[in-house]
Design a protein around this ligand. Structure first.
Ligand code: ADP
Ligand code: MG
Ligand code: ZN
Length: 601
């Protein structure tokens, strides 16, 4: 679009120039020759004046050109000098009239014709430009990026930690390599493979790896690229994509972020979803229309399968769904190894420990982590990336950047130190909480003034009730310490409180962990926020139940606060010592914390 606008400036200049030229030429045709009065008298005598029109001070008329045999007639004008001109004209027998001939017509012609022409040309170009934007045939074409094997050197080696997904896709690769083998046996391959999983788990990477492994052309497009401003364009693009793909079979069509295009019909924002619907319909038509034996495999990826139109998931469409899940500890280890290949690491690097520290991270996070560690090492002028750099990188990702130069007044620092120590002591004293790795009162990120870094040692899929309760207690430990030491509380605990309350609410409403309420599920079904179009209805339980739920949540929180307080009262000496140490050193590591905790009261 920008390019076109730049061009149109040139069109304007060209047009103006064109008008000027044309105006010159045309007015030349109507040019009036101005002659002196004496010459007019001579011409009169020579009989070359054809006709005249006279006003008070001007004489206009037509005269015969000299030297032209036929005697072409040209217009002339002169200033009237002789008041008795009429007798003279009579003498030479020339028709004359008393008014000036209108010059309107020539003027009109000399301006309007070029202007009209100019605009004609203008509109012609405009139309052609618009045509380039809207033209159905020219538009969709070649918009899909086509990767051939040579420029796609991603293989299954590069994707780690998602072995189940890989196994599913090996078959697809086999088929693409030897399409004949499958059709001979009459086996039917899925038409569409949908990769489903959280963002950053490697879906796009996997699709590229399939193309790279099988060495076939790879048509890749993002779902959002289909959704266009003009109705009908997206559909045209889909049609064109399939036409191109069929010519290049065997090949892969990959639609990334399918949810942008495949949202359930009938939902969505006000207006403007007509286009998406048309595009989606076209995709469904194309999917039904092509024969997998032709060797075209359709792949797509989404991280929001719950909002996809059910029609897309019907048999014969995306009938194979491959889950690309968050990696477990071993998976993270494998992914880290893939990315560690690219950087120079110290020989004592403990990848297993690193994998344990990064619970919950996905492939993209891990790739980022490795890069971050390398950057930190460079900043310190190190020759290789060491474990310490990785540890710092994990901290950074978890807690945000350290803000060393944010000034905190000594009084506040003291509160923060006791608060963090409170978390650490309670967490340390209770089983089932994540071990405390580090306590720091260096402000980080936007809001945190200090933090207690607790990292899990293993992945957890199930939590016991006592573990959840202990977790709540350690979250409340910060506030309890403040109350115990200063007899007053601060705003610093708001994040702790919201997390503790969330856990307590889930325990009651989702996990059936309240004796009074029993094993009943009270939470509304969790729906994608994008689909949450239903007006807020009444909760699925009575008002008295709601009161009971609130009371139970408060009961849990109060009970755990008491527990935290008890622990801190019993370990008041350690609390004081730890806070003092923290104020002095700003950071305490795991070993020091352990040593501190083993001090006898
Ligand atoms: P998604 O499409 O699932 O959101 P991507 O495939 O775009 O995720 O992943 C982004 C980047 O993260 C990849 O380019 C790769 O560097 C890294 N990555 C993600 N998952 C993996 C994995 N399983 N193995 C190795 N690297 C991964
Ligand atoms: Mg992706
Ligand atoms: Zn806190």
């Amino acid at each position: 679009m920008e390019k076109h606008q730049k061009f149109s400036v040139w069109y304007v200049l060209l047009g103006i120039w064109f008008v000027l030229i044309l105006q010159n030429v045309l007015s030349g045709a109507f040019a009036v020759k101005v002659i002196p009065y004496s010459q007019f008298l001579n011409l009169l005598k020579e009989g070359r004046i054809v006709e005249v029109a006279i006003t008070a001070d001007k004489i206009q008329g037509k005269m015969k050109e000299t030297g032209v045999p036929d005697g072409t007639v040209i217009p002339f004008r002169t200033v009237r000098v002789d008041p008795e001109i009429s007798t003279l004209l009579d003498q030479y027998n020339i028709t004359f009239k008393g008014e000036v001939e209108s010059t309107l017509l020539p003027t009109l012609l000399s301006w309007i014709v070029p202007t009209a022409l100019f605009f004609g040309v203008w509109f012609f170009f405009m139309k052609r430009m618009m045509g380039q934007q809207q033209g159905f045939m020219t538009l969709g074409k070649n918009k899909a990026k086509i990767y051939m094997e040579s420029d796609l050197n991603v293989t299954f080696e590069d994707v780690a930690g998602v072995d189940e997904a890989k196994q599913e896709l090996v078959e697809v690769v086999e088929f693409l390599r030897h399409p004949g083998k499958y059709s001979e046996l009459g086996g039917k391959l899925p038409k569409g493979v949908l990769l489903v999983g959280p963002p950053g788990t490697g879906k796009t990477l996997l699709a590229k790896a399939v193309a790279g492994e099988s060495g076939v052309p790879f048509f890749s497009m993002s779902g959002s690229e289909f959704v266009e401003m003009f109705v009908g364009l997206g559909a045209a693009r889909v049609r064109d994509l399939f036409v191109q793909a069929k010519q290049k079979a065997p090949c892969i069509i990959f639609i990334d972020e399918l949810d942008a295009l495949g949202k359930a019909r009938g939902f969505g924002m006000v207006g403007g979803h007509d286009e998406r619907e048309q595009t989606l319909n076209q995709l469904l038509v194309e999917m039904d229309g092509f024969d997998p034996k032709a060797g075209v495999i359709l792949m797509a990826a989404t991280n929001r399968p719950e909002i996809l139109d059910p029609a897309l998931l019907r048999p014969g469409r995306f009938d194979r769904q491959v889950l690309v899940d968050r990696p477990d500890k071993q998976g993270r280890e494998a992914i880290l190894k893939v990315h560690l290949k690219n950087i120079k690491t110290a020989s004592n690097l403990d990848v297993v420990k690193l994998a344990a520290m990064t619970s919950g991270m996905v492939g993209a996070d891990l790739a980022n982590l490795v890069n971050e560690a390398a950057l930190l090492a460079v900043r310190k002028n190190k020759k290789e990336v060491e474990m310490a750099d990785f540890e710092e990188a994990v901290e950074r990702v978890v807690a945000g950047l350290e803000k060393k130069n944010r000034l905190i007044n000594p009084r506040e620092r003291e509160v923060v130190a006791y608060h963090e120590m409170g978390h650490a002591i309670v967490a340390f004293s209770l089983p089932g909480t994540d071990p405390v790795q580090k306590i720091s009162i260096i402000p980080r990120g936007i809001a945190a003034l200090g933090y207690t870094l607790q990292l899990p040692t293993e992945d957890r899929y199930l939590m016991k009730k006592t573990e959840l309760l202990n977790r709540i207690a350690s979250l409340l430990g910060g506030r309890a310490a403040e109350a115990l030491v200063f007899g007053d509380i601060s705003t610093g605990a708001h994040n702790d409180l919201s997390r503790a309350t969330d856990i307590a609410r889930s325990m009651i409403k989702e996990y059936g962990m309240s004796e009074k309420l029993g094993q009943v599920y009270f939470a509304r079904e969790k729906r994608s926020p994008f689909l949450n179009l239903m007006p807020e209805g009444p909760e699925a339980y009575s008002e008295s139940t709601a009161e009971l739920i609130d009371a139970e949540i408060k009961g849990i929180i109060d009970g755990q606060y008491e527990k935290a307080m008890e622990i801190l009262k019993a370990k008041r000496g350690i609390l004081n010592k730890g806070a003092g140490l923290l104020l002095e050193k700003e950071k305490i590591e795991a070993e020091e914390i352990r040593a501190l905790m083993e001090l006898s009261e």
